[in-house]
Design a protein around this ligand. Structure first.
Ligand SMILES: Cc1ncc(COP(=O)(O)O)c(C=O)c1O
Length: 405
């Protein structure tokens, strides 16, 4: 097993028979329907491939939001470019007047993310990029599904990237998409048999950890033990660390970005899963789970939902809560095994301090909780109950301390 069960419920989608239940995929659009597609292992590699394809030159600048993760900066540096950071507003929309002020003769591209699945105003952003002749990279890492003005997210950018492993029950897999450019010279090639096997076995191991494979669990456990023994003898160096093992908090935000993999495709296994599972189930369950989290956690002291309304066209990646007292709450959540995702916990060290107070504040204070399609009712109720208890306990302690002072 590749992870001790410190997290009592799965942070990411988990493969099960239910993943394949319904097949109404034609009616559910996603970033793959936005244009031509090339598959890679990770969203950061898709960003690197986009920048390579547009021929970013040394010292060209790429506009990156001040609220970001390191995985959005590494591909720019790897391509020889310079990141130039811009502000966002409290509702996570991009600060267009700040963007205007940061464009200069070196600006070549901008990265525009749909934070947590909630889309940006793509019309305004598209016009801005056209006016300044900037290449627009629509970052759909949090928004594999969802639409804007009747088109799938990813359609408006010169390029779009998607992070399939955040939405599908797989361990690796991402895509570069373009509705505007010919990607035939951005081809990626198969990563080989080891990568294929690792991708397959990581997916099954994660499902086994959370007992999702029913009657086949015991037999598979035996097989996995044999695999572990073989693997320790062969020790292939060429495959990526399992995504489910990565703890960006522990790694100071570093992602293990490896630019040498930019032309390597995700596994055939991941591609098969992406095509075979029910998209309708992903969309419906995520939206339903988000609403349950909103109902269960929307009124708590000491925190507030970042988005109190879930628009029709949004398919959330996670449920973001803005904490009043993150340093007190985070270790306690970890101790009781509630999974917390912390996008933007580590901002790029080279970004000027004070450039964007909202981003610095959100980097500390926004915690994201899973709302993925594979959480069952008991898991969701357990998570809501634990967060409620904790927030109520923290608020009563601070009230007591306040009145004693
Ligand atoms: C907004 C955003 N863009 C890009 C990435 C990179 O995606 P990946 O983790 O698949 O490399 C991430 C990673 O979390 C992200 O949050």
């Amino acid at each position: 097993m590749h992870q001790s069960l410190t997290e009592k419920i799965p942070k990411q989608p988990v493969l099960s028979i239910a993943s394949f239940r319904k097949q109404e995929n034609a009616s559910v659009e996603c970033v793959l329907d936005a244009g031509e597609v090339q598959y890679v292992n990770r969203g950061s590699l898709a960003l690197a491939l986009a920048l390579q394809h547009m021929k970013l030159a040394p010292n060209d600048e790429v506009l990156i939001p001040a609220y970001h993760c390191v995985a959005m900066v590494e591909p720019v540096l790897w391509n020889g470019g310079n990141p130039r950071f811009y502000r966002i507003h409290e509702d996570t929309s991009l600060d267009m007047s700040d963007l205007e002020s940061r464009v200069n003769q070196f600006s070549r591209a901008m990265i525009a993310p749909h934070y947590f699945g909630f889309h940006q105003n793509m019309e305004v952003i598209r016009q801005f990029c056209d006016r300044h002749q900037l290449v627009l990279i629509e970052d759909c890492a949090h928004a594999f599904f969802g639409s804007y003005a009747g088109r799938p997210l990813g359609y408006y950018g010169d390029y779009a990237i998607g992070s399939a492993w955040k939405f599908f029950p797989i361990d690796e897999g991402a895509c570069l998409v373009s509705s505007k450019r010919d990607l035939s010279d951005a081809c990626t090639t198969h990563g080989g048999l080891f990568s294929e096997f690792k991708s397959f076995s990581n997916t099954l191991e994660y499902a086994l950890q959370y007992d999702r494979l029913g009657a086949v669990n015991p037999a598979l456990r035996g097989l996995m033990r044999v695999k572990d023994r073989l693997w320790s003898v062969i020790k292939p160096e060429t495959v990526q660390k399992p995504i489910h093992d990565l703890d960006s908090s522990a790694a100071g935000g570093m992602t293990g970005f490896d630019g040498s993999r930019v032309r390597i495709s995700c596994s055939k296994w991941s591609r098969w899963v992406i095509g075979a599972v029910s998209r309708m189930r992903i969309v419906n369950n995520r939206r339903e789970n988000y609403k349950k989290l909103l109902a269960g956690l929307g009124d708590l002291p000491g925190c507030r939902p970042l988005f109190g309304i879930l628009p029709e066209e949004v398919v959330p990646h996670v449920f973001p809560l803005v904490m009043d007292d993150p340093e007190v709450v985070f270790p306690r959540l970890k101790r009781i095994g509630v999974p917390v995702i912390r996008f933007g916990e580590y901002l790029w060290g080279g970004m000027e301090k004070g450039l964007c107070h909202v981003s610095e504040d959100y980097s500390r204070r926004i915690f994201q909780f899973p709302c993925h399609q594979d959480l069952n009712d008991a898991e969701l109720e357990w998570m809501i109950a634990r967060i409620r208890e904790l927030m109520l306990a923290v608020s009563s302690t601070s009230l007591t301390e306040g009145s004693a002072a």
